[in-house]
Design a protein around this ligand. Structure first.
Ligand SMILES: O=C(Nc1ccc2c(c1)CCNCC2)c1ccc(-c2cn[nH]c2)cc1OCc1ccccc1
Length: 340
């Protein structure tokens, strides 16, 4: 087991559960609370010119507080590595969940899709676009709640979500026509297209546009033509059509999506989200922490609010808050004392 000095006393590293391009994801335990976390370890050398993506992802994740966006607890930077301590999603990828069930029922698809819509509506309301929405970037937690990950490509155009972007990014399979044509596009509109591809994958178990050759794949996407399997209800077909509109101006908007009949069917209310970018103050958690480090709860809170949200104190606060929200006891080990 490779020992990273930077994590000593803070996290116990366990097995590697995933390794992608320039990152690997290891399970770990946050020592102060005993809570499980995932640590995304990136080697700066192999990151190369992707380094800005990490900064972009950290900047975005520090601001985003939503129950369906994977929480960032701490960031540790050394000369050679970045360590991103992230929410534990033991349900793995939504993609694997779909594959193992072949396809999801309309009811189960709706449960997941409402969560995605809520997360994306929240993102857009803060001026962010994800730009890489695909089943691999949607994880499930222990209660099969959905968590959006990988904000390495997300954009926050300086003059707001309605200003044009140009960089072509993301995976072609989920990319909107205007994006693969290299046109100027709106992040919000390309996210709607990718969500249409995601919804199709949930309901069908395969992709609307797929081909081994990239030019055939592009041709299919630009045609906007895809199969509508017999099991799709009329309402499902209508919603998918509204999202997979080639002309971005004809595409359904995120607001219309939140209120769409398919989305609200069987539910009491449209999809909503809380405009939250600040932690709520919890006195039980603060007094648990103050009992250990001897500081007053008010001092701990002041430091938390002033912090850049990537230190061990923030991680400990958020993990204790998670435990409380899950109805578990608030426990903390005295070893934590020296770390915040
Ligand atoms: O907690 C994460 N993953 C994760 C944790 C526990 C388990 C599994 C998976 C499934 C494999 N069986 C063991 C249980 C986990 C959290 C955050 C991120 C993450 C956030 N931004 N970037 C990456 C990635 C994560 O994983 C990647 C992964 C690994 C194996 C498969 C599916 C997904």
């Amino acid at each position: 087991m490779v020992r990273y000095a930077a994590l000593k006393g803070l996290y116990d590293l366990e097995k590697t559960i995933g390794s992608g391009g320039f990152a690997k994801v290891k399970l770990a335990t946050h020592i102060a609370t005993g809570e499980k976390v995932a640590i995304k370890i990136m080697d700066k050398i192999s990151l190369g010119d992707d380094l800005p993506r990490v900064k972009l992802e950290v900047q975005a994740l520090k601001t985003l507080l939503h129950q369906h966006i994977c929480r960032l607890y701490q960031v540790i930077e050394t000369d050679g590595h970045y360590f991103m301590v992230i929410e534990y999603c033991s349900g793995g990828e939504l993609f694997d969940h779909i594959v193992e069930k072949n396809r999801l029922s309309e009811t189960e698809s709706r449960k997941f899709f409402r969560q995605i819509v809520s997360a994306v509506a929240y993102l857009h309301s803060l001026g962010y676009a994800h730009r890489d929405l695909k089943p691999e970037n949607v994880l499930l937690d222990r209660e099969e709640n959905l968590k959006l990950i990988d904000f390495g490509l997300c954009a926050k155009p300086k003059n707001g979500i309605d200003s044009h972007l140009q960089t072509s990014c993301g995976s072609p399979t989920y990319a909107a026509p205007e994006l693969i044509l290299g046109k100027k596009y709106l992040g919000s509109e390309v996210d709607i297209w990718s969500m249409g591809v995601l919804l199709y994958a949930l309901l069908c178990g395969f992709l609307p546009f797929d081909d081994n050759s990239i030019e055939n794949l592009y041709r299919k996407i630009l045609s906007g033509k895809y199969a509508e399997p017999s099991w799709l209800s009329t309402s499902s077909k209508r919603l998918i059509r509204a999202m997979l509109q080639i002309d971005p101006k004809k595409r359904i908007t995120i607001q219309e999506l939140c209120n769409h009949p398919w989305i609200t069917a069987g539910f009491l209310n449209p999809v909503s989200f809380v405009h939250k970018t600040n932690f709520e103050k919890d006195d039980d958690v603060l007094s648990t922490m103050s009992a250990i480090c001897g500081e007053h709860a008010s001092d701990i809170w002041r430091k938390l609010v002033k912090s850049d949200r990537t230190d061990y104190r923030t991680a400990t606060y958020l993990l204790l808050l998670d435990r409380k929200l899950r109805g578990l006891s608030l426990r903390i080990s005295s070893s934590a004392k020296s770390h915040f």
